[in-house]
Design a protein around this ligand. Sequence first.
Ligand code: ADP
Length: 153
Amino acid sequence: MSQRIAVFPGSFDPVTIGHADIVQRAVPLFDKLIVAMGVNTTKKYMFTFDQRTAWLQQAFAQFASVHVVHYEGLTVDLCKQVGASFIVRGLRNGTDHDHERTIALMNMKLANVETVFLPAAPEHAHVSSTIVRELHANKADIGAFVPKGMRIA
Ligand code: ADP
C-alpha cells in the first residue's frame, strides 16, 4: 500500500500548544506528517523565518515521522511535490469551520487532496498565534501557550 502522507500547513508565528496538540494527534493517522510553514512575501510576521523554523523543529523533534519544511504558493502544489494526499487542519470554532470548509472543497477540486479536520481540544480552543503575539507585544508571559522549553526572548 502506498504511504499515507499528510501536510499540516500554517504560519506558525509562533507555534503554540494548540498546533502541538494537532500534530500529536495526527501522527498516528499518517505514515508521514509534513509540518509546512507558509512563507508569504507580502505578509508581515512577528517572528523571523529562522526563529519560527527552529521552534517548529524543536517542538516536533521527538516524532520520527514529522518533517518540518517551508513553502511559498499553494498548499496543493506542495502536496503534489511531496506526494501528500491529505491536508490536516485544526478547527477551533464555527468561524474556522466556515473558512476551512471552502478551502478544503477547493483543494479537493484542484488536486484531489482530502482535508482531515481535527477539533481543537477544549482546553486549547482559546489559544491562537494571534493572541500569543498580542501577549508578547505587551510583555506578558506566554509560557503557558507555547510548547514546553520554547524560549522567546
Ligand atoms: P493559518 O494562518 O494557516 O491559519 P496558523 O498557524 O494560525 O496558520 O494555524 C495553522 C493550523 O493550526 C490551522 O488549521 C489552525 O486552525 C490550527 N490551529 C491553530 N490554533 C489551534 C488550536 N488552539 N487548536 C487546534 N488547532 C489550532
